[in-house]
Design a protein around this ligand. Structure first.
Ligand SMILES: [Zn+2]
Length: 267
């Protein structure tokens, strides 16, 4: 009986402590959200984004306000950390958040629900994975990567390749990995973000995937043939980096992504 009472006491204490920690965390988040809502968007961030993100010029004034709100939310809620000796500057953080939030212009979009951190390496990085592949084989040879996305929780990027994308390279590791984050918002589906209705998405994506299987595209990388998840990410890259060509060569795919991302990327 004595032990039981003592145990209850410990459990009560632990639960009380846990509730206090949760409460403090909640309070801090509320404070951060309130500060963010009250704080004006820093003019030097706006100037930087206008200079480096050419697509920003296509947004309406309402979309610009929404984009800035999302950038503030991104930078408050998601931790950005330098890795491999990289010192992340304020400019790098704002550009990463700015580009990622161009994918969140839907009024009902979440700012990457579940995403906790973005790790940034100075250049492509070596990784060694120990998980078995689809055949059950483990290949622990190191692989060079431009980026990674982990189960809706973490994104890893090579800064050198983010900069190349900002300069107009056809490869955009940032939107590729963040497309995987959008894909992860609905664990029930693969190769699609969270949508109220999947009919059109499924029809267009299936047709385009089959077409790529039969014949290479000038604008869609063959890496998209790895499966629906990679196809969505590769199509997103083409959409943000080569919108004009995508619209000319794959109009239904371009229109599908335009209606989802709510931005016109074609000239
Ligand atoms: Zn991928």
């Amino acid at each position: 009986m004595l032990i039981w009472d003592w145990t209850i006491g410990i459990v009560d204490f632990a639960m009380g402590l846990f509730a206090a920690v949760v409460c403090v965390t909640y309070w801090r988040r509320r404070q951060a959200r309130r500060r963010r809502e009250l704080a004006p968007f820093p003019p030097h961030w706006r100037a930087l984004l206008e200079r480096r993100l050419v697509l920003l010029r296509r947004l309406t004034p309402d979309q610009r306000r929404l984009h800035e709100k999302r950038v503030m939310e991104f930078l408050t809620d998601i931790r950005l950390l330098g890795r491999g000796g990289l010192e992340l500057t304020e400019e790098m953080r704002v550009l990463i958040a700015g580009f990622a939030c161009l994918m969140l212009l839907r009024p009902d979009a979440y700012v990457f629900r579940g995403l906790k951190s973005v790790l940034v390496y100075p250049a492509p990085f070596w990784v060694r994975h120990h998980e078995p592949d689809e055949l059950g084989l483990v290949n622990d040879q190191p692989e060079l990567r431009l980026g990674e996305s982990w189960n809706g929780e973490r994104v890893v990027l090579s800064w050198e390749d983010v900069e190349a994308a900002l300069d107009g390279d056809a490869v955009n590791v940032l939107v590729h990995e963040f497309a995987h984050q959008l894909d992860d918002e609905n664990p029930e589906t693969e190769g699609a973000p969270l949508l109220p209705d999947y009919t059109r998405w499924s029809k267009v994506m299936t047709a385009e995937f089959k077409a790529l299987k039969q014949r290479s595209s000038q604008v869609l990388d063959d890496y998209g043939l790895e499966g629906p998840t990679e196809f969505f990410a590769v199509a997103t890259e083409a959409y943000f980096q080569r919108g004009t060509e995508l619209r000319l060569l794959h109009p239904p795919l371009y229109e599908l992504l335009r209606d989802y991302y709510r931005i016109e990327t074609s000239d």
